[in-house]
Design a binder for this molecule. Sequence first.
Ligand code: SF4
Length: 876
Amino acid sequence: MADQSFPEIRSTCPYCGVGCGLRLRADGAGGLEVRGDPDHPANYGKLCSKGSALGETLGMEGRLLSPRIHGQDASWDEALDLVADRFRETVAQHGPDSVAFYVSGQLLSEDYYVANKLMKGYIGGANIDTNSRLCMASSVAGHKRAFGSDTVPGTYEDLEEADLVVLVGSNLAWCHPVLYQRILAARKKTGAKLVVIDPRRTASCDGADMHLALKAGSDVALFNGLLGAIEAAGAVNNEFAAHVTGLSDAIAAAALDDDAVTGLPRAELDAFYKLWIGTQKVVTVYSQGVNQSTSGTDKVNAILNCHLATGRIGTPGTGPFSVTGQPNAMGGREVGGLANMLACHLDLENADHRAAVHDFWDSPAIADAPGKKAVEMFEAVGDGRIKALWIIHTNPAVTMPDADAVRDAIAGCDFVVVSDITAQTDTARLAHVLLPATAWGEKDGTVTNSDRTISRQRAALPAPGDTRPDWQILAQVGRRMGYASGFDYASPAEIFREYAALSGIAGKLGRDFDISAKADMTDSDYAAMAPFRWPASANRTGGRFFADGQFYHAGGKARMIPVRHRAPASVPTQDRPFRFNTGRIRDQWHTMTRTARAPRLAAHLAEPFLEIHPDDAARLGIAPADLVQLDSPQGRAILRARLTDAVHRGDVFAPMHWTGETAPAARVDALVAPNTDPVSGQPESKASVVSVAKFTPAWYGFAVSSSDFTPDCAYWARARTRAGQRAELAGLSAPEDWEGYARKLFGLPGAEAQVMLDARKGRARIAFHHDGQLVAALFAGPEPVALKRDFLANLPGTEAPHALTGQPPADAPDPGPMVCACFNVGLNTILQAIEEQHLLSVDAIGAALDAGSNCGSCRPELGAILASAIAREAAE
Ligand code: SF4
């Protein structure tokens, strides 16, 4: 319960690019009460399941609280001196390209700006890249090719004002839930149409008017088909075309493509083209399914071409709209966090821009060529060209394509520094120096969301231990490297004022990003700063760009880019016939360093999985809940099979969240080929090729415990529960002494054991009690063990005399797998309410159980449960 004597502080969610505003109030015991900010223009008080559970992810467990050198606690002076000395010596000996920073869309803009300044203006190289390269670099490149600047033309209001919203390669319902709910709420009033273009049937498809399940990687052919249809229908906007070059070349290129490569029936294609062309107010939203591709930039331009050809851009309810994955991917773009850009949307390859930044910084150097983009950077780490590497708030040993090779490259690097809030990540374990940073809730600065709204993140909790903010750590290293005057910052407000002033110079050089009106703000103005969207200039309608036909290329015109369909770089073979798609799930974020701490978030999908079509599974002898092994030229993974026709035959999908900490055999990016887009350098994370085969261990197990435990077997996946921890297990050889195995697993050498063994069938059930309460239990057998897992997961800490039955007693009904994370409502409870109360709509389920009535993230799932319950009843 929050202590009302603490003030309520306005801040911003640290997860996705929607950038929801929060109200935080300390509880006086190290925790926070978190609610949506009713006044924030991104969410107006709404939060999704992840944002709602932020208060449960705090706590000092696992926090890195002091610097460490080679695993030993050290003082800040020792650690900072070592980092500064090693970077300075390496640059002196091998040049500026021998060092690199790999940073993160989790950084605040002020942190990002200082890192970028240190590398590009003082070290003099440009080897600073960010995990946003994996997220939206293709959108940046596409924007720059079309508009002459990395400008998102529209706003969130456009998604509500449109008569047609098209989601391309975007599971908005799970990945940007509050924005998706805004669209659904608007649709209820306006009747707007929703079309989803995605090879996979996702939660976003439930309730959509049309789902085009195109073949992976065929988006360019689809939008080229649309461009051809626009021309054939006479729907080119000739008035707007005066502001555009390349129209006829783009149409000619489009005509060379055959939209049949999408695999979609002609009637579906024609229906989509007709709907798009016949709807003036159309917004095309796209994200990772477009960006994470070897033709990602071309996909972006194929979409932009259609909007430019029709002039559907910059006016209310129109435009292409790239949604960013991370909370500050946009802010990183604004302050130059990518290897090929300068701060304030200035170009590294433009001599005037370089000179302006060099002059403004009054720095000893300025990078004069783009640095290495993420994949190239880790290749250079691997072959020794990069000898000192500083990784800040990201986990590339898990998230980069070819993750095993990246992990090995980091492990072999001469000098690795990691700034993070925990030492317990796959990457932090490889560091020579660990620097403890402040976490969300403890730090101050700004972030920019997907519609260019800049909001404050504010500290609501004191910095614990010896932790420091990232801008300060970076500035202290800069000063110790000998650059005192460039990094003499006293506060994030000072940094913000500096880049706001630089943006004024960028504005004079014709750039879009100009927030120089804020350059003179006082510290108290900064402290009180309300969210604002740039630009503020009057000639931009409602904060939108390009309705006036003014673009940022020389001459002021937009460019339509001729693009052609190209298949993904990895080609399926007889040995590796499956197209491997990766993505996010509803209740987890990135590598789960924060979300895995919240039991209710882990309860929705507690284990990594592989979606595979039932026909493919049948052919391979794979049954539901079997484990499957995937192999690619890069690596191997073991996942739990989920049979579903949501994926095409020949396609498989797996979430990307699990790590060496949570499921070491399920690091799916180890399977992903390091193929990149030739323009943006963004990796193709959704179209590698793999083989799939049934994995047959000697035994399967399920374990629960009131304490953390780390299994040691061929496959395991663990998740936090309200009672402690749960884990799925599988081993290649069955222990001869199951009780001894269980004691070792849980670290309970002397606990009282209840044992049920069936030696003939190889089954074992062992429960440990202490002081009359269950502390741990293991259920094992030669096939996947059928149990009421969600019931068992919450038993530790209770008497649980019948735990070994694996079933709830008759007087304790099993709520079933959790569906609604906000109100903790399980599947069985929902089914029972549907049947007994004759519920006929998702709203009725909400009224009866609250499920789906808060963030709405589970409403698609509730709809599917309801539909199948009604169908079952009709069939009976
Ligand atoms: S939609 Fe959810 S994860 Fe994204 S910013 Fe809002 S609360 Fe955070």
